[in-house]
Design a protein around this ligand. Structure first.
Ligand code: GLV
Ligand code: MN
Ligand code: MN
Length: 412
């Protein structure tokens, strides 16, 4: 079997998909179920159909693209990722696993390979949390990690529910139909950019993920008292933004002092109300994203943050309310799939290292219903979630070659 990835066409497709965006190039913004996201999905489905593959969508919009194997009833071998992108993102996050997965299938078809188990490309809905506040919506529902009832309660900033926006996008059927059985996939392999600098620094071609860190996120609302910026004297103030500033630094401090470099915490959103230059902030809304490879350590940091919030609330006479959006467990990649990836790397003379995924991915949730593994390709300076995110066509080609080889060995 000779695997010849069409690197140039893949690079062109990555550029073409990046042009379907709500941001000025090179930035990419593609928020789930916006007209731009729907245009990108239609473009993608057309590419899959052109390749002669059968496409279906489930009620939440996960796209399944199947190459039917000779044993059509056997559990499938899955691969895939996402095409939604956070505001002001780059071209490669998620896209490399989707268009790279499609190219892996096309490469295998060109090589004359015929799978015994079906091989399926899966494009997950809303891996990014931008619109509904929680990431991996599609894979949470597919794996039963989120109930349809919980999903139906989610709304976007305009108060529009998932039910409303998905139906407007033409997605019919009940969310109850989304969950897959745990025999649907025999294995699931996600190709992704590393989103960190280690592969580039170590001059290594590829990373084989051993485990995926455990993410949690919260919404925090701080309520103080507003008033005139000239009239209210300092001893009388209950400034919500000053309390938020203290809390943000306490969060940073707790993460730094957890005792492990694997603990990371980020406040990425800070909304100030009323947001006027001569008005004391009365309400501040923060987001907190916290992750660790160790669940107990992450939860200990969360408790320490709770304690800090209580102290700040008492000292500054403000109300701090927290809403836990998700607190997920970490995932371990399946040794047998990691071994298949390692053998594929060795066969093609590509260097590889085992590594932790500090970003979360849909594979985290797919691991609840199938053995999973992930393959990382280097990205320049480790940059991701920013417009200058970049992975070279040569690095992507290596990732696609190993993915194709691995899919073939798992589907034989
Ligand atoms: C996924 O985009 C993440 O935030 O890890
Ligand atoms: Mn991302
Ligand atoms: Mn991603």
């Amino acid at each position: 079997m000779k695997l010849e990835v069409n690197r140039n066409r893949l690079a062109e497709e990555i550029e073409e998909l990046a042009s379907i965006s709500d941001a000025e190039p090179p930035a990419v913004t593609r928020i789930v179920f916006t007209p731009t996201d729907l245009k990108a999905r239609a473009w993608l489905i057309a590419r899959c159909e052109e390749a002669g593959l059968a496409v279906r969508q489930d009620p939440i919009g996960n796209i399944f693209v199947r190459w039917v194997g000779s044993d059509a009833g056997a559990p499938a071998i899955g691969t895939g990722s996402h095409v939604d992108a956070i505001p002001n993102a780059g071209k490669y996050d998620g896209v490399v696993g989707v268009l790279g997965g499609l190219e892996a299938i096309r490469t295998l078809r060109r090589s004359g390979f015929r799978p015994r188990s079906s091989i399926e490309l899966l494009v997950f809905t809303s891996e990014e949390p931008t619109r509904f506040g929680i990431g991996c919506l599609g894979s949470r529902l597919l794996s039963g990690s989120m109930s349809p009832d919980a999903a139906r309660k989610l709304t976007d900033k305009e108060g529009r529910s998932i039910e409303e926006v998905r139906k407007q996008a033409g997605l019919e059927g009940q969310l109850e139909k989304v969950k897959l059985t745990d025999t649907y996939y025999k294995a699931f392999v996600e190709l992704h950019i590393e989103q960190g600098p280690l592969l580039e620094r170590q001059k290594t071609h590829l990373g084989i993920v051993t485990n995926i860190a455990a993410p949690a996120s919260l919404r925090v609302t701080i309520e103080g008292a507003g008033g005139h910026a000239g009239g209210v004297l300092m001893p009388d103030r209950r400034d919500a933004l000053c309390a938020a500033a203290e809390l943000i630094l306490a969060i940073e401090n707790e993460a730094r002092n957890s005792g492990a470099a694997d603990t990371v915490a980020t406040v990425g959103i800070c909304e100030v109300f009323p947001g006027a230059v001569n008005s004391i902030p009365s309400v501040v809304k923060l987001s907190l994203d916290i992750r660790d490879t160790d669940l107990q350590r992450r939860d200990a940091v969360l408790r320490a943050i709770d304690g800090a919030a209580e102290n700040i609330a008492a000292k500054r006479r403000v109300l701090v309310q927290k809403e836990l959006l998700n607190a997920d467990a970490p995932a371990e990649c399946a040794p047998a799939i990691r071994e298949a990836l390692a053998q594929s790397c060795a066969k093609h003379n590509f260097s590889f290292v085992p590594m932790v995924s500090r970003a979360y991915h849909d594979s985290l949730f797919m691991s609840r219903i199938a053995p999973v593994a992930m393959l990382f390709v280097p990205c320049r300076n480790g940059y991701s979630h920013r417009p200058d995110e970049y992975a070279s066509p040569e690095d992507i080609e290596r990732g696609v070659t190993v993915l194709a080889e691995t899919l073939a060995s798992l589907a034989s």
